[in-house]
Design a protein around this ligand. Structure first.
Ligand SMILES: Nc1ncnc2c1ncn2[C@@H]1O[C@H](COP(=O)(O)OP(=O)(O)O)[C@@H](O)[C@H]1O
Ligand SMILES: [Mg+2]
Length: 233
């Protein structure tokens, strides 16, 4: 059985008299250890799907099965435990706590789970061993995103979810950050899902899930994904 299975998933937002269907019968699977890109234009429903996969939002219909656990049928309490223990999240705008150091930001996540990685080691792994006592305002955008990645992976999550992780970064820094995310997948066997509107990034994925108008428009499998060094945009 697939590691992640989304079956006939729907999400609707009600705004006054109108209903926006953000996910309209979404179906896909992901295997354990895959690096997946969800690719699509703005408004296609990508973030909605990622938030549901991360237990930060719930769908209206359908199944969302992660490692045998159907998170679509869980209580808020179970969903909180799932979010805390099993999910690492990386956002476009880092979402670090400004008055905590890099190390404290990572500890914020690592201290709430069992079997977490040491915060200092997690920061060393993303190349920030000499910046552990810096505050976010003392770090560049790329460095802040690396802290956010360290925070996400220090929990040793089952799945690492990244929403437009290079969206706020310049080209070279964006590639560095992608490289770190790809290493997390390749070297640690983490199951990683990256949401992006940037088609160039899709070539590094094992599996590309194309989102269009709230639906899956197609799925590509890459037997030999590209190296980050070889892609341009
Ligand atoms: N909280 C919300 N309330 C109302 N509409 C929303 C909400 N979140 C997303 N939407 C709408 O759902 C659709 C899909 O949004 P989203 O998943 O953010 O797309 P993407 O990440 O692909 O840009 C859009 O039309 C968006 O306006
Ligand atoms: Mg989005």
């Amino acid at each position: 059985m697939a590691y992640i299975e989304v079956k006939h998933s729907y999400k609707r937002y009600h705004m006054g008299d109108t209903t926006i269907v953000a996910n309209n019968d979404i179906n896909f699977t992901v295997n354990r250890g895959e690096l997946v890109v969800i690719l699509g234009a703005s408004g296609a429903g990508k973030s909605t799907m990622l938030n549901i996969l991360g237990g930060m939002d719930t769908n209206d219909e359908g199944d969302v099965i992660i490692d045998g656990q159907n998170i679509a049928h869980e209580s808020p309490r179970e969903l909180t435990a799932y979010r805390r223990d099993d999910v690492g999240f990386v956002f476009q705008f880092y979402n670090l706590v400004e008055n905590l150091t890099a190390k404290e930001n990572v500890e914020l996540a690592s201290e709430i789970v069992n079997n977490a990685q040491d915060a200092t080691q997690a920061l060393k792994d993303v190349g920030l061993g000499d910046r552990i006592n810096n505050f976010p305002s003392q770090l560049s955008g790329g460095e802040q995103q690396r802290v956010a990645i360290a925070r996400a992976v220090a929990k040793n999550p089952k799945i690492l979810l990244c929403d437009e992780p290079t969206g706020a970064l310049d080209y070279a820094t964006g590639k560095q950050v992608l490289q770190i995310i790809q290493d997390m997948s390749r070297q640690r066997g983490a199951t990683v899902i990256i949401v992006t509107h940037n088609a160039a990034i899709a070539s590094i994925a094992d599996r590309v899930i194309h989102f269009r108008d709230a639906q899956v428009a197609g799925i590509d499998i890459h037997d030999q994904p590209a190296d980050i060094a070889d892609i341009t945009w």
